[in-house]
Design a protein. Structure first.
Length: 259
């Protein structure tokens, strides 16, 4: 059984997925903002794997998608030292199977390339991929695999944090949907404003994208940690897949591995 370690480095979290062929058999998360040396990364990763059925020695290959360049030296060094593999890095020169027609292709983050590739190969139809991360991105890929259009909005967490940070008396809140938009206290009112407001933002952007694309039947898939809060609340999102990035990295690995 071939085991691939997929590592998705975001601005908030580092997500590690273990894939046996096309199946995700384990996943772990680390915080991105905690400074770590290569040894700390290596010990952390091995310790997490020791709690699963897959050990570090079982890993056959590693692929990394990152939007945080400053941690890459320590992270890649840890993979070489503790996993004993040379990781594939999603970046310029890697085969993706999609055509990038953005005005500035080098500005497109590896995380978005991975998500778009996954949607294109998995669904084989036009798709909008909504990734609820630190920022929320709406990326459109055509049935032919052309990735050309995007919308980027402040993430759900950023929106909630801004409300707290910029007001003197509003407390920090848990991001969850209250039973009604009619809040009877400050916390419920904030949760209603943040979550119902964000549902409206997502629905408005998706409807406008489909209208301008002349593609009303475009399939919409959502991913990202906070995506599960919003995806189940709107018919505009067809599917929520928390493992989309792992699946995308598996696809890119298959396209680029040496036979």
């Amino acid at each position: 059984m071939h085991i691939l370690m997929t590592i998705d480095v975001g601005n908030t979290n580092i997500s590690l997925g273990l894939m046996a062929e096309k199946n995700v058999i384990g996943s772990f998360r680390l915080t991105t903002k905690t400074p770590r040396t290569s040894d700390e990364f290596g010990i952390c990763i091995r310790s997490l794997m020791d709690s699963s059925s897959v050990k570090a020695e079982d890993v056959d290959d590693v692929i990394i998608s990152s939007v945080v360049p400053k941690i890459m030296y320590a992270l890649t060094s840890s993979i070489r030292k503790y996993i004993k593999k040379e990781p594939i890095i999603v970046g310029p020169g890697i085969k993706t199977g999609i055509q990038l027609r953005n005005d500035n292709p080098r500005d497109v983050g590896a995380d978005r390339i991975v998500d778009v590739a996954a949607a294109h190969f998995l669904y084989q139809r036009s798709c909008i991929i909504v990734d609820f991360g630190t920022a929320t991105t709406f990326d459109y890929v055509s049935k032919q695999g052309i990735f050309e259009y995007t919308v980027i909005a402040p993430g759900l967490g950023i929106s909630a944090n801004a409300l707290t940070a910029q007001t003197a008396k509003l407390p920090e809140i848990e991001i969850m949907k209250p039973k009604t938009v009619l809040g009877k206290n400050t916390v419920a009112g904030m949760q209603a404003g943040v979550v119902y407001g964000y549902i409206g933002l997502v629905e408005g952007i998706l409807r406008q994208m489909k209208k301008e694309l002349h593609d009303p039947d475009c399939y919409v898939t959502a991913t990202g940690g906070l995506g599960k809060v919003i995806a189940k609340e709107t018919p505009e999102i067809d599917e929520y897949d928390p493992d989309l990035a792992y699946k995308g990295m598996r696809i890119l690995y298959d396209l680029n591995r040496k036979k």
